[in-house]
Design a protein around this ligand. Structure first.
Ligand code: SF4
Length: 353
């Protein structure tokens, strides 16, 4: 694998901002109509070819709701044909029909990811703003399992669902998803700071995720909680270096080590803007006029974000900064400085490791 200075490990393309859900925490502040200046199909093909030039990154089609684009299946097919390991994250709206799930499978994508933010209809639909979303999510996951389309479940942890994570983990197990991708709130878009957990509550959720990871059949990954890697490293050290429950299973620390906003990660908006993350609203270029690789490698914003020597505050002093580095998006959202400490980390570097 190339170094993160050379190429991202993960490329996210927000193919549209349009979506028929009105999720409480929506990063994109999505609306039902498509933007007239979305990247066209041809621009999308060119972008995918450029991304393939990075080597072998994971390619994620997100939104909004990708199903709002009639050319979605063509774009997915092209991505797979180019050899990109491709995931798509449709929204659970009436567009997510059984036929749509089958068509996604026919493109041979590696995985379909669906969001689950509560363990029942009342909690999930309340969060997503549309009735019926919970049942639609479960039936799409069930159908995917039946037809052999691998799935991933995405959950955003907030004050509203932090005490119901065990129930959601049981659903992830039941639908036989391969991965539970757990997002932590960054107050951007519609997400509100008061919906986020405290730093101490992050640690409690980390404990839950770590204990769950020892026995679950699925893998667990966190987004915008880089300090989960610090937590896992501390727990392993305390436990004498124990690893995953499955011998040979990919290791969460090795797999995600050092990945951060702009470091192993790049986000392209529906109009082609190039961001270090979908949660860090500072554009460093636009694929309509700039080379993606050039921006990723050389834009001052990206170079600064990758330079852990420029981290400030306790993240700058921290022994774990190359493994973790804190959420640059959350630092920016809460302090206005993307190199400041992540305010949701309890760790005190003065404690030692
Ligand atoms: S202080 Fe910063 S770098 Fe250290 S563990 Fe916390 S978030 Fe990560």
């Amino acid at each position: 694998m190339k170094s993160f200075d050379e190429a991202p490990f993960l490329v996210i393309w927000e193919v549209t901002q349009a979506c028929d859900l009105v999720c409480r925490h929506c990063r994109a502040s999505a609306i039902p109509e498509r933007h007239p200046e979305e990247l066209s199909t041809e621009e999308g093909y060119a972008l995918l070819e450029e991304i393939r030039g990075f080597g072998d990154p994971l390619m994620v089609f997100t939104g909004g709701d990708p199903l709002k684009r009639p050319d979605l299946f063509d774009l997915l097919r092209r991505s797979v044909e180019l050899g990109l390991r491709t995931t798509v994250t449709p929204s659970a709206t009436p567009l997510l029909t059984a036929e749509a799930v089958r068509r996604i499978q026919e493109t041979s994508v590696a995985r379909m990811a669906l969001s689950l933010d509560g363990p029942d209809a009342a909690s999930h639909d309340g969060f997503r703003g549309v009735e019926g979303s919970f049942l639609r999510t479960l039936s799409a996951l069930d159908l995917a399992r039946e037809i052999g389309l691998p799935t991933q479940v995405n959950t955003t942890v907030t004050r509203f669902n932090k005490d119901r994570l065990a129930e959601m983990a049981a659903i992830v197990e039941q639908v036989q998803a391969r991965l539970w991708s757990v997002f932590f709130l960054v107050p951007t878009g519609r997400a509100q700071q008061e919906d986020d957990l405290t730093a101490e509550e992050y640690e409690q959720v980390f404990e839950f995720l770590y204990e769950t990871s020892k026995k679950a059949s699925f893998d667990i990954k966190t987004t915008e909680a880089q300090h989960y890697r610090r937590y896992v490293a501390q727990r392993r050290k305390a436990e004498g270096g124990s690893r995953d429950k499955r011998a040979g299973a990919p290791d969460v620390i090795q797999r995600q080590a050092g990945i951060n906003d702009g470091k192993g990660f790049v986000f392209i908006s529906h109009t082609g803007e190039i961001f270090p993350s979908g949660f860090l609203p500072l554009a460093a270029g636009n694929v309509r006029r700039d080379r993606l690789g050039e921006v990723y490698r050389n834009a001052p914003l990206f170079r600064t974000l990758r330079d852990t020597g420029r981290l400030e505050g306790k993240c700058g002093d921290c022994w774990y900064k190359n493994l973790c580095g804190g959420s640059r998006s959350r630092a920016y959202a809460l302090t206005g400085d993307y190199m400041a400490s992540d305010p949701r980390c309890v760790y005190d570097p003065a404690q030692g490791i």
